[in-house]
Write a protein that binds this ligand. Structure first.
Ligand code: FES
Length: 149
């Protein structure tokens, strides 16, 4: 093996390891679930937000509901045990699917940004996202798909 081949091989291996590490990290951060379709909406267990670490429970700030019956996913944000928001992940500019990034949503097409309650903060989009009422019970959330705002 020549020196040049060694360097190319080493860089390729290093980049592959970095890509796999990044992929695994992103998978552990964002949780995708299908939710349960019920009359007039979806239900999601509150446990979907929980992360058990060394005997303690932490909570994800959001999860994403993605299933075949939804044209776009719904990002569900958790503010506390009783307070949630459900945001339709369709950009109001030209309809691209949004990316959830921490406490805001970003459009990969032209850069619009929205809060975790669906309010537009950065254009070119000039309308807020559709949101759905969320009713929290002791153990689960009901996302009412009949009344988007
Ligand atoms: S489609 Fe989202 S900013 Fe253009």
């Amino acid at each position: 093996m020549t020196r040049k081949d060694f360097i190319i091989n080493a860089c390729t291996t290093c980049l592959s390891a970095t890509a796999v590490t990044s992929l695994l990290t992103s998978c552990t951060v964002t949780r995708y679930i299908p939710g349960n379709l019920v009359t007039n909406g979806l239900t999601v267990s509150k446990d979907a937000f929980a992360i058990s670490q060394k005997g303690n429970t932490a909570y994800r700030s959001f999860i994403i509901i993605r299933n075949d019956t939804l044209q776009y996913p719904i990002c569900v944000y958790r503010f506390d045990d009783h307070s949630y928001s459900a945001v339709w992940m369709r950009c109001t500019h030209q309809g691209s699917e949004l990316l959830a990034s921490g406490d805001f949503l970003q459009c990969p097409a032209h850069g619009s940004e929205f809060t975790n309650k669906g309010q537009v903060t950065n254009g070119p989009a000039d309308n807020n996202l559709r949101t759905f009422p969320v009713i929290a019970t002791l153990t689960e959330l009901f996302i009412d798909l009949r009344k988007p705002s």
